[in-house]
Every structure is written in structure tokens, then in C-alpha cells.
Design a protein around this ligand. Structure first.
Ligand code: UDP
Length: 329
């Protein structure tokens, strides 16, 4: 059992991963500046309100707490926002990461799991996508993650700094046991917006129905957040056992269209999802599905909760319990 520092542990995927780490017997410290995360998502005694750009304080914390590995979630994640204020994304996501790595090197903590993204691939030539596809981000958010991935490749080569980069596909759903789920503000993700449409009667917009897919709407690889959280446990335990650096697609290998997700919500709730069809969203590839064999074969991970029925059902239960968004901090 290890002492693990989780940055961004007040966010959606970070808070659920913290829950699973503790469930697996690890001891966790959360670092979060609460700029986007939720204070209530972290047990108070383990929360340190701190920015990863504060290198000195992070170094002291790593030493004082005898941290053995870090899981690094803290980052801005909104693609649209990243096109409006790219500098904010590079400062927070790249400088924040670099500062953390500097602190880790000083404190001699050289094991890291990094939240990367399928946005590193941009618009892929082929699906399912393997990890060997070249980097081709098409927005500052994706670029900021690629920059950090590249820094990690060099640190592995010259500083014996071992990392697992997980390229997330579409994280969704909620973890009922911990009552943790998705609460972004503003919300831009499909499933919470569909559920909100059912709750409020205000239509969700389907971004394009003229793609070259069977029903004309975009296909994505939706991965239950608890399956994704568990991938981090496998990754950090691999590093703690002395495993090598690697990069893995964190997806299920199965794609669903926007219309199929809507149909699953209608089936679950017995209600029609109010919707309108709008134009395509800029930068949306028609289909993004992971080839996740490397993650499954190397670490032994399996997605066990990522059927679309289970995802929308867990997300719906969470949305019903939290129909008023929580405060930001
Ligand atoms: N989408 C949509 N309407 C919305 C939000 C998303 O039709 O209000 C579509 C979007 O075009 C994409 C899919 O839903 O095909 C998933 O989008 P999301 O923003 O949830 O995640 P992304 O794939 O961009 O990471």
C-alpha cells in the first residue's frame, strides 16, 4: 500500500480515482487549487488547497508526506475555452505540470500517472485508434496535453522518471458508492446535457446529423468514470512495482452515436429527450473509438461498467440527487 498524491482530486475523474485508491488500501493526499474542483468532493483532512505551480510548496508536501507516486489530473479541460484563451491552457496545463515534475524530481519522487486525452490524435485517419497514431492535436487543449506527454518522454529517457500516460476517451457516468459524478460549470458534455434536457424540458442540441456514420451523428467511445478511475489504480501499481513508462488509450473499444446515447436515456427514463439538430461543432471528428488492447493486455485492466445502459443509469441517478449545481469551491 502506498502514499499517493492526487492533483486535481476535487474534480470529476480525480475525486472518483481518489475513492478507488482508498478502496484499494492506498493512502491519499489531494492537491487542488479549487479553481474548478468541488471542495465537497474531497474528505477535508486529506485536502491541501495548493496550485501545482507553487513548486516549493509542492516539494515540501511531497517530502513531508513521504509520497511514493503522483497521479496528475489538475488541468483545464474545455476545448472551446482553450480556443478563446490558449495562453490560459498553456500556463495552467503545461507550466503547472512542469512545476509539479520539478518538485517531484527535487523530492526524488519519480513515478507519475498522467491524464492525457484522445484529443492528442486530432482527427484520426483510422478508427479504432491505436497508441501509435501520431500526435495531431487540433486545439490548444489537445496541444497542451501533447506538450506534457513529450516532456514526460524526455524525463523518462534522461531522468529515470517513470510515467503512465492515459489517453482518455469520453469519461462519463457516476460512482454511486461515493456519490461522486460529473458537475462541470458550464457543462459541455453530452450525457449531462441530455439528462438536463429531460429534467428541464429545454432541448439539447445534436451537433450535426449529416456525418458519414450509420445514423448521421458522431460516434464516441464512452467509458464509465469508475472503469477509467480503476485504470489509474492499475497504472500506479504498475509503476510502484518498478514497471516501465508507457502510454495507453483509456477507452472501451465500443462506440455509440449521439442518437444511440439519446435512445438509451429515453429507454431508461421512459421520457422523450427534447432535442434540436444544430450545425456540426468545429473540430468534431465523425468517429473516435479507442483500440484499448494495449491497456488490457499490459495491465490486465477490463472495463466492467461501460455498457451505455449502466453509464446513463448511474449518471441519471447522480443528476437526480444533484439537480442544483454545487458551488465552485
Ligand atoms: N454533442 C452534441 N451536443 C452537445 C454536446 C455534445 O451533439 O450539446 C456531441 C459532440 O458533437 C460529440 C459527442 O456529443 O460527438 C460527445 O461530445 P462531448 O462534448 O461530450 O465530448 P467530446 O467528444 O467533445 O470529448
Amino acid at each position: 500500500m502506498a502514499k499517493i498524491l492526487v492533483t486535481g482530486g476535487a474534480g470529476y475523474i480525480g475525486s472518483i480515482t481518489r475513492h478507488f485508491l482508498e478502496k484499494h488500501g492506498h493512502s491519499v493526499i489531494v492537491v487542488d487549487n479549487l479553481s474548478r474542483g468541488h471542495r465537497e468532493a474531497v474528505p477535508e483532512p486529506i485536502l491541501r488547497v495548493l496550485d501545482t505551480r507553487d513548486t516549493d510548496k509542492v516539494e515540501v508536501l511531497l517530502r513531508d508526506e513521504h509520497v511514493e507516486a503522483v497521479i496528475h489530473f489538475a488541468a483545464y479541460i474545455a476545448v472551446g475555452e482553450s480556443t478563446q484563451v490558449p495562453e490560459m491552457y498553456f500556463t495552467n496545463n503545461v507550466s503547472g505540470s512542469l512545476s509539479l515534475f520539478e518538485a517531484m524530481l527535487r523530492a526524488d519522487v519519480k513515478r507519475l500517472v498522467f491524464s492525457s486525452t484522445a484529443a492528442a490524435y486530432g482527427i484520426p485517419a483510422t478508427v479504432p485508434i491505436t497508441e501509435d497514431e501520431p500526435y495531431a492535436p487540433i486545439n490548444p487543449y489537445g496541444e497542451s496535453k501533447v506538450m506534457v506527454e513529450k516532456i514526460l518522454e524526455w524525463l523518462d529517457r534522461y531522468r529515470e522518471f517513470r510515467s503512465v500516460r492515459l489517453r482518455y476517451f469520453n469519461a462519463c457516468g457516476a460512482e454511486p458508492e461515493a456519490d461522486l459524478g460529473e458537475e462541470h460549470d458550464p457543462e459541455t458534455h453530452l450525457i449531462p446535457l441530455i439528462l438536463r434536457a429531460v429534467q428541464t424540458g429545454k432541448p439539447v442540441t445534436v451537433f450535426g446529423d449529416d456525418y458519414a456514420t450509420p445514423d448521421g451523428t458522431c460516434i464516441r467511445d464512452y467509458i464509465h468514470v469508475s472503469d477509467l478511475a480503476e485504470a489509474h489504480i492499475y497504472a500506479v501499481e504498475h509503476l510502484l512495482k518498478g514497471g516501465k513508462s508507457n502510454v495507453f488509450n483509456a477507452g472501451t473499444g465500443v462506440g455509440y452515436s449521439v442518437e444511440e446515447v439519446i435512445a438509451a436515456v429515453e429507454h431508461l427514463t421512459g421520457k422523450q429527450v427534447p432535442r434540436v439538430t444544430g450545425p456540426r461543432r468545429e473540430g468534431d471528428p465523425p468517429s473516435l473509438v479507442a483500440d484499448s488492447r494495449r491497456l488490457q493486455e499490459t495491465l490486465g485492466w477490463r472495463p466492467t461498467r461501460s455498457s451505455i445502459e449502466r453509464i446513463v443509469s448511474d449518471a441519471w441517478e447522480f443528476a437526480r440527487r444533484h439537480s442544483e449545481p454545487r458551488s465552485q469551491s
